[in-house]
Design a protein around this ligand. Sequence first.
Ligand code: PBG
Length: 332
Amino acid sequence: MIITGKYPKLRMRRSRKEDWSRRLIRENTLSGSDFVLPIFLTDGKNKKIGIKSMNGVYRYSIDNISKIIDKALKNKVPMIALFPHTNTKLKNVNGSEAFNENNLVSKAIVAIKNKYKNSIGIMCDVALDPYTSHGHDGLIKKKEILNDETIKILIKQSLMQAQMGCDVIAPSDMMDGRIGYIRSKLDEFNHKDTIILSYAAKYHSSFYGPFRDAVGSKNQLQGASKSSYQMNIANSDEALHEVALDIEEGADIVMVKPGMPYLDIISKIKNTFKMPTFAYQVSGEYSMLQNAIDQGWLEKEVMLESLLCLKRAGADAILSYSAVELLKEFDL
Ligand code: PBG
């Protein structure tokens, strides 16, 4: 028998043998500080409403929101992301509720800042889909989603959120050029320290379904496609192009969405730009795993694994619906 290589002198299993040595050679970790917790908002009082397609995730009325924020803080989660479930009566073709100073998101920002000051960051989505009667992220004319006209509204929405006290403005709409316009509007009104987190590489994915239930845009969309603005799932160079443009326009943080099916994209972006790069484990990913865990088909460790893999790929932080439960469950 011809023996090649370094075995048996070198044995990779040596350092895997004991828990202490496994911990020593560990390359990546997860902790509370790696997460952003998305929170769904609903109007009304004393509400905590379950979302059928997202077991374990709820919509909270503003007076109830500290229930979940306290848990996030206790587990050292640095930031929450607010998503409103808007009453259908308030939706219209132009999504004008998006810049109503009294909308759910505004009220929530004010209430949270009052109570928690700067102990936790607040991130808000910039896009029109929770507010439009057609469920699209932008304005629509003869079935076309209008880019430049939409930007004008996104600027208003962003400025209002910043004025209410939002720390991180997160455009998730995929209109061209919006980051630059939003940055200059924020600066003009002296919100020069407001961070912009761009959903820079956001794909036209089928993993967003449960989220659309949660914010109530699914019925509005009636099966309409967002493929004229979200990225083609087949592309990867294009993601680098998108990210390069958003950085040039002033994005402080860039995000890849969804997460687990797009590890190659996260890795390329992180390696190319060396910028803060976030990943979003989206609703469909969460639901698949959580459902299988609830059924007993998969161990609960799969959730941890899927999130750790996002970090290994290069994500600096992760938006995850399971952040709090996970941090409670595991000693990370
Ligand atoms: C809205 C928005 C979406 C998500 C975040 N912001 C849905 C969409 O683009 O249709 C998806 C998040 C998730 O699925 O968890 N622009």
